[in-house]
Design a protein around this ligand. Structure first.
Ligand code: GLN
Length: 192
């Protein structure tokens, strides 16, 4: 225990992540400027709108300090828009949209639920003894995954929960599940 987890709070669904982390007994602090980031041992990037988040990361001078922390090995967990921000290539993004290329995956924005916008389903997660309730909201689809990246869950034949040594990403919204097991997986990565 004792790890301080930042939750990127520029835009989007950050409050529910902070609540999940606090239920698991860790300190969760909102991150809006580089000074906030310096206080954190790990970071959650929430869902929201990745194009807007990309712009706000630039205007708040957070993009470069955050890229450096990620390159230095700070553990990061991105969900939905957060996954898009961690990816290498973004299909159907805005031309000026930036990402951290922290995880060797390519994504296509808004690829799930085009008709419905959002849907919920039960998925099997590696190591979990029962299904996880996954909420997908205009979710990105992983279109390419590097051979070093571990797939922890799939939906419709595609990875939806993936991780490397220090970075984990979900297409869905585990913070909306009333079930903190995916956040606990991230804390296990942080706390070793
Ligand atoms: N479609 C959003 C984006 O491209 C992601 C949706 C979400 O985070 N719920 O950023």
């Amino acid at each position: 225990m004792g790890a301080r987890i930042g939750v990127l709070a520029l835009q989007g669904a950050f409050a529910a992540h902070a609540a999940a982390l606090q239920r698991l007994g860790v300190r969760a602090d909102e991150v809006r400027v580089a000074g906030d980031l310096a206080e954190c041992d790990a970071l959650v990037m929430p869902g929201g709108e990745s194009t807007t988040m990309s712009q706000l990361l630039e205007t708040s001078h957070l993009f470069d300090p955050l890229a450096k922390r990620i390159a230095d090995g700070m553990p990061v967990f991105g969900t939905c828009a957060g996954m898009i921000l961690l990816s290498r290539h973004i299909a159907d993004g805005r031309p000026d949209q930036r990402s951290f290329a922290a995880l060797d995956i390519d994504v296509q924005r808004n690829a799930y639920g085009r008709q419905l916008d959002s849907f919920e389903t039960e998925i099997a997660v590696q190591g979990f003894d029962r299904a996880f309730h996954a909420v997908f909201i205009r979710a990105p689809r992983i279109s390419r995954i590097g051979s070093e990246i571990e797939t922890l869950a799939t939906y419709d034949g595609k990875p939806v929960l993936v991780r490397s040594n220090t970075v984990m990403a979900a297409s869905f919204h585990p913070e909306l599940a009333d079930d903190d097991r995916v956040h606990q997986l991230f804390l296990n990565m942080v706390q070793g």
